[in-house]
Design a protein around this ligand. Structure first.
Ligand SMILES: NC(=O)c1ccc[n+]([C@@H]2O[C@H](COP(=O)([O-])OP(=O)(O)OC[C@H]3O[C@@H](n4cnc5c(N)ncnc54)[C@H](OP(=O)(O)O)[C@@H]3O)[C@@H](O)[C@H]2O)c1
Length: 248
Protein backbone atom coordinates (compact mmCIF):
# COMPACT_ATOMS: atom_id res chain seq x y z
CA UNK A 1 0.00 0.00 0.00
CA UNK A 2 1.26 3.53 -0.77
CA UNK A 3 2.79 5.15 2.31
CA UNK A 4 1.13 8.47 3.28
CA UNK A 5 3.75 10.87 4.64
CA UNK A 6 3.47 14.37 6.12
CA UNK A 7 6.63 16.49 6.30
CA UNK A 8 6.51 19.61 8.49
CA UNK A 9 9.20 22.17 7.66
CA UNK A 10 9.70 20.38 4.35
CA UNK A 11 11.96 23.02 2.75
CA UNK A 12 14.68 22.64 5.40
CA UNK A 13 17.85 21.32 3.76
CA UNK A 14 17.55 18.07 5.69
CA UNK A 15 13.77 17.62 5.26
CA UNK A 16 14.00 18.28 1.49
CA UNK A 17 16.40 15.33 1.21
CA UNK A 18 14.00 13.19 3.27
CA UNK A 19 11.16 14.23 0.94
CA UNK A 20 13.26 13.23 -2.10
CA UNK A 21 13.85 9.78 -0.59
CA UNK A 22 10.14 9.23 0.05
CA UNK A 23 9.29 10.53 -3.44
CA UNK A 24 11.71 8.03 -5.00
CA UNK A 25 9.78 5.29 -3.21
CA UNK A 26 6.48 6.60 -4.56
CA UNK A 27 5.11 7.65 -1.15
CA UNK A 28 2.12 10.02 -1.19
CA UNK A 29 3.44 13.32 0.24
CA UNK A 30 1.91 16.34 1.96
CA UNK A 31 4.42 19.11 2.62
CA UNK A 32 4.17 22.07 5.01
CA UNK A 33 6.68 24.93 5.04
CA UNK A 34 6.84 28.68 5.61
CA UNK A 35 8.50 29.90 2.43
CA UNK A 36 5.98 29.75 -0.41
CA UNK A 37 8.51 29.98 -3.27
CA UNK A 38 10.87 27.32 -1.87
CA UNK A 39 7.88 25.06 -1.23
CA UNK A 40 6.51 25.51 -4.76
CA UNK A 41 9.92 24.70 -6.23
CA UNK A 42 10.27 21.52 -4.10
CA UNK A 43 6.75 20.39 -5.02
CA UNK A 44 7.38 20.88 -8.75
CA UNK A 45 10.61 18.83 -8.46
CA UNK A 46 8.92 15.96 -6.56
CA UNK A 47 5.74 15.87 -8.65
CA UNK A 48 7.70 14.07 -11.36
CA UNK A 49 8.08 11.13 -8.98
CA UNK A 50 4.92 11.01 -6.90
CA UNK A 51 1.68 12.77 -5.88
CA UNK A 52 2.40 15.79 -3.69
CA UNK A 53 0.13 18.33 -1.99
CA UNK A 54 1.31 21.23 0.15
CA UNK A 55 0.43 24.28 2.27
CA UNK A 56 2.57 27.29 3.16
CA UNK A 57 2.26 28.57 6.74
CA UNK A 58 4.27 30.24 9.49
CA UNK A 59 4.29 27.80 12.40
CA UNK A 60 4.84 30.71 14.78
CA UNK A 61 1.08 31.20 14.37
CA UNK A 62 0.30 28.48 16.86
CA UNK A 63 -3.49 28.80 16.65
CA UNK A 64 -3.47 27.72 12.98
CA UNK A 65 -1.56 24.47 13.48
CA UNK A 66 -4.49 22.25 14.47
CA UNK A 67 -6.20 23.05 11.16
CA UNK A 68 -2.96 22.41 9.20
CA UNK A 69 -2.88 18.90 10.70
CA UNK A 70 -6.56 18.18 9.97
CA UNK A 71 -6.16 19.49 6.43
CA UNK A 72 -3.06 17.30 5.90
CA UNK A 73 -4.83 14.15 7.09
CA UNK A 74 -7.83 14.96 4.88
CA UNK A 75 -5.58 15.47 1.86
CA UNK A 76 -3.64 12.25 2.49
CA UNK A 77 -6.73 10.21 3.39
CA UNK A 78 -5.02 9.06 6.63
CA UNK A 79 -1.43 9.13 7.80
CA UNK A 80 1.33 6.54 8.07
CA UNK A 81 4.36 8.66 8.95
CA UNK A 82 5.12 12.26 9.85
CA UNK A 83 8.46 14.04 10.16
CA UNK A 84 8.57 17.33 12.09
CA UNK A 85 11.74 19.05 10.91
CA UNK A 86 11.49 22.84 11.27
CA UNK A 87 13.74 24.64 13.71
CA UNK A 88 15.65 27.85 14.35
CA UNK A 89 18.97 28.26 16.13
CA UNK A 90 18.12 31.91 16.87
CA UNK A 91 20.68 34.33 18.29
CA UNK A 92 22.06 33.01 21.58
CA UNK A 93 23.63 36.27 22.76
CA UNK A 94 20.49 38.24 21.85
CA UNK A 95 18.36 35.70 23.74
CA UNK A 96 20.40 36.46 26.87
CA UNK A 97 19.51 40.17 26.61
CA UNK A 98 16.02 40.04 25.14
CA UNK A 99 13.22 37.80 26.35
CA UNK A 100 11.49 38.29 22.97
CA UNK A 101 14.35 36.42 21.27
CA UNK A 102 14.30 33.67 23.91
CA UNK A 103 10.52 33.36 23.54
CA UNK A 104 10.84 33.18 19.75
CA UNK A 105 13.41 30.35 20.01
CA UNK A 106 11.09 28.42 22.36
CA UNK A 107 8.05 29.13 20.17
CA UNK A 108 9.71 27.72 17.05
CA UNK A 109 11.63 24.80 18.52
CA UNK A 110 9.27 23.66 21.27
CA UNK A 111 5.78 25.21 21.37
CA UNK A 112 4.99 24.97 17.66
CA UNK A 113 6.21 21.36 17.65
CA UNK A 114 3.91 20.52 20.57
CA UNK A 115 1.07 22.30 18.74
CA UNK A 116 1.62 19.76 15.92
CA UNK A 117 2.11 16.80 18.25
CA UNK A 118 -1.16 17.24 20.18
CA UNK A 119 -3.51 16.71 17.21
CA UNK A 120 -1.14 14.28 15.44
CA UNK A 121 -0.79 11.96 18.43
CA UNK A 122 -4.54 11.90 19.08
CA UNK A 123 -5.29 11.14 15.42
CA UNK A 124 -2.73 8.33 15.24
CA UNK A 125 -3.72 6.93 18.63
CA UNK A 126 -7.33 6.67 17.44
CA UNK A 127 -6.11 5.08 14.18
CA UNK A 128 -3.95 2.59 16.17
CA UNK A 129 -0.89 2.86 13.91
CA UNK A 130 1.67 5.26 12.46
CA UNK A 131 5.06 6.76 13.14
CA UNK A 132 5.91 10.27 14.43
CA UNK A 133 9.51 11.39 13.88
CA UNK A 134 10.79 14.65 15.35
CA UNK A 135 14.18 16.25 14.74
CA UNK A 136 15.85 17.44 17.93
CA UNK A 137 19.54 18.00 18.57
CA UNK A 138 22.55 16.87 20.57
CA UNK A 139 22.38 20.46 21.86
CA UNK A 140 19.42 19.27 23.96
CA UNK A 141 21.60 16.79 25.86
CA UNK A 142 23.68 19.36 27.76
CA UNK A 143 23.46 23.13 28.15
CA UNK A 144 26.43 24.99 26.68
CA UNK A 145 27.11 28.77 26.58
CA UNK A 146 27.17 28.57 22.75
CA UNK A 147 23.49 27.66 22.29
CA UNK A 148 21.76 26.97 25.60
CA UNK A 149 18.46 28.72 24.78
CA UNK A 150 18.02 26.59 21.64
CA UNK A 151 19.44 23.58 23.54
CA UNK A 152 16.91 24.03 26.37
CA UNK A 153 14.01 24.05 23.87
CA UNK A 154 15.32 20.90 22.16
CA UNK A 155 16.03 19.26 25.54
CA UNK A 156 12.47 19.94 26.75
CA UNK A 157 11.25 18.47 23.47
CA UNK A 158 13.31 15.30 24.12
CA UNK A 159 11.54 14.83 27.47
CA UNK A 160 8.13 15.53 25.91
CA UNK A 161 8.80 12.91 23.20
CA UNK A 162 10.00 10.38 25.78
CA UNK A 163 6.68 10.65 27.64
CA UNK A 164 4.63 10.64 24.43
CA UNK A 165 6.44 7.51 23.21
CA UNK A 166 5.48 5.55 26.32
CA UNK A 167 1.91 6.93 26.22
CA UNK A 168 1.42 5.80 22.61
CA UNK A 169 3.36 2.54 22.81
CA UNK A 170 0.36 0.31 23.53
CA UNK A 171 -1.68 1.87 20.72
CA UNK A 172 0.94 0.77 18.18
CA UNK A 173 2.09 4.32 17.35
CA UNK A 174 5.87 4.80 17.26
CA UNK A 175 7.56 8.06 18.35
CA UNK A 176 11.10 8.54 17.03
CA UNK A 177 13.43 11.13 18.58
CA UNK A 178 16.08 12.12 16.04
CA UNK A 179 19.03 13.69 17.84
CA UNK A 180 21.17 15.33 15.17
CA UNK A 181 24.76 16.46 15.49
CA UNK A 182 25.95 19.44 13.39
CA UNK A 183 24.91 19.34 9.73
CA UNK A 184 26.10 21.54 6.87
CA UNK A 185 22.84 23.43 6.10
CA UNK A 186 21.69 27.08 5.91
CA UNK A 187 21.21 26.91 9.71
CA UNK A 188 24.96 26.52 10.22
CA UNK A 189 26.16 28.62 7.28
CA UNK A 190 28.25 30.87 9.57
CA UNK A 191 29.74 28.01 11.58
CA UNK A 192 33.29 26.85 11.07
CA UNK A 193 33.01 23.37 9.56
CA UNK A 194 34.82 20.61 11.45
CA UNK A 195 35.13 16.89 10.71
CA UNK A 196 32.06 16.37 12.92
CA UNK A 197 29.77 18.11 10.39
CA UNK A 198 27.55 15.76 8.36
CA UNK A 199 25.95 16.39 4.94
CA UNK A 200 22.16 16.46 4.50
CA UNK A 201 21.83 13.39 2.17
CA UNK A 202 23.61 11.13 4.68
CA UNK A 203 21.54 12.54 7.55
CA UNK A 204 18.31 12.11 5.57
CA UNK A 205 19.12 8.45 4.83
CA UNK A 206 19.61 7.79 8.57
CA UNK A 207 16.35 9.59 9.39
CA UNK A 208 14.32 7.52 6.91
CA UNK A 209 15.91 4.32 8.23
CA UNK A 210 15.06 5.27 11.84
CA UNK A 211 11.45 6.01 10.83
CA UNK A 212 11.20 2.70 8.92
CA UNK A 213 12.49 0.83 11.97
CA UNK A 214 10.40 2.84 14.46
CA UNK A 215 13.55 3.35 16.56
CA UNK A 216 12.90 5.07 19.91
CA UNK A 217 15.86 7.43 19.81
CA UNK A 218 18.39 7.74 17.00
CA UNK A 219 21.59 9.77 17.14
CA UNK A 220 22.42 11.02 13.62
CA UNK A 221 25.14 10.33 12.54
CA UNK A 222 25.30 7.32 14.87
CA UNK A 223 28.79 8.14 16.26
CA UNK A 224 27.07 10.77 18.47
CA UNK A 225 25.67 7.89 20.54
CA UNK A 226 29.26 7.23 21.71
CA UNK A 227 30.24 10.90 22.11
CA UNK A 228 27.23 12.28 23.99
CA UNK A 229 27.52 10.17 27.18
CA UNK A 230 31.02 11.66 27.62
CA UNK A 231 29.75 15.22 27.01
CA UNK A 232 26.76 14.67 29.36
CA UNK A 233 28.76 13.06 32.17
CA UNK A 234 31.80 15.34 32.24
CA UNK A 235 31.79 16.94 35.72
CA UNK A 236 30.65 20.60 35.67
CA UNK A 237 34.00 21.99 36.93
CA UNK A 238 35.97 20.11 34.24
CA UNK A 239 33.40 21.04 31.59
CA UNK A 240 33.77 24.73 32.40
CA UNK A 241 37.55 24.57 32.00
CA UNK A 242 37.40 23.02 28.51
CA UNK A 243 36.91 25.75 25.87
CA UNK A 244 35.83 23.32 23.12
CA UNK A 245 32.89 22.31 25.37
CA UNK A 246 32.02 25.44 27.29
CA UNK A 247 33.39 28.20 25.06
CA UNK A 248 31.25 30.49 22.93
N1 LIG B 1 22.00 22.03 10.87
C1 LIG B 1 22.39 21.55 12.05
O1 LIG B 1 23.57 21.60 12.42
C2 LIG B 1 21.38 20.92 12.98
C3 LIG B 1 21.84 20.21 14.10
C4 LIG B 1 20.94 19.62 14.96
C5 LIG B 1 19.58 19.71 14.69
N2 LIG B 1 19.15 20.43 13.60
C6 LIG B 1 17.72 20.53 13.36
O2 LIG B 1 17.43 20.04 12.08
C7 LIG B 1 16.19 20.59 11.64
C8 LIG B 1 16.33 21.04 10.20
O3 LIG B 1 17.24 22.13 10.13
P1 LIG B 1 18.27 22.34 8.93
O4 LIG B 1 19.62 22.08 9.45
O5 LIG B 1 17.78 21.56 7.74
O6 LIG B 1 18.20 23.89 8.69
P2 LIG B 1 17.44 24.79 7.61
O7 LIG B 1 17.70 24.33 6.23
O8 LIG B 1 17.79 26.20 7.99
O9 LIG B 1 15.90 24.52 7.95
C9 LIG B 1 15.20 25.11 9.00
C10 LIG B 1 13.77 25.19 8.52
O10 LIG B 1 12.90 25.58 9.58
C11 LIG B 1 11.96 26.47 9.02
N3 LIG B 1 11.35 27.33 10.01
C12 LIG B 1 11.97 28.07 10.97
N4 LIG B 1 11.06 28.78 11.65
C13 LIG B 1 9.83 28.49 11.10
C14 LIG B 1 8.51 28.93 11.35
N5 LIG B 1 8.22 29.81 12.31
N6 LIG B 1 7.51 28.44 10.58
C15 LIG B 1 7.76 27.54 9.60
N7 LIG B 1 9.00 27.09 9.30
C16 LIG B 1 10.02 27.58 10.05
C17 LIG B 1 12.76 27.29 8.01
O11 LIG B 1 11.86 27.91 7.11
P3 LIG B 1 12.33 29.14 6.16
O12 LIG B 1 12.98 28.49 4.97
O13 LIG B 1 11.05 29.82 5.85
O14 LIG B 1 13.28 29.97 6.98
C18 LIG B 1 13.61 26.19 7.38
O15 LIG B 1 12.93 25.55 6.32
C19 LIG B 1 15.85 21.68 12.65
O16 LIG B 1 14.89 21.19 13.56
C20 LIG B 1 17.16 21.92 13.36
O17 LIG B 1 16.96 22.44 14.67
C21 LIG B 1 20.02 21.01 12.73
Amino acid sequence: MTQRVLIVGATSAIASEVARTYAERGARLHLLARNHDKLASLVSELEHKTRVTSRAADFGELAGIDELVRDAIRELGGLDAVLIAHGDLGDQVKSERSFDEAESIFRTNLLSVIAFLVPLSNELEAQGSGCIGVITSVAGDRGRPRNYTYGAAKGALNVYLQGLRSRLFRSGVRVVTLKLGPVDTPMTVDHQKTALFAKPPRVAASIVLALDEGAAEAYVPSFWRAIMPVVKNTPERVFQLLPFLSGR
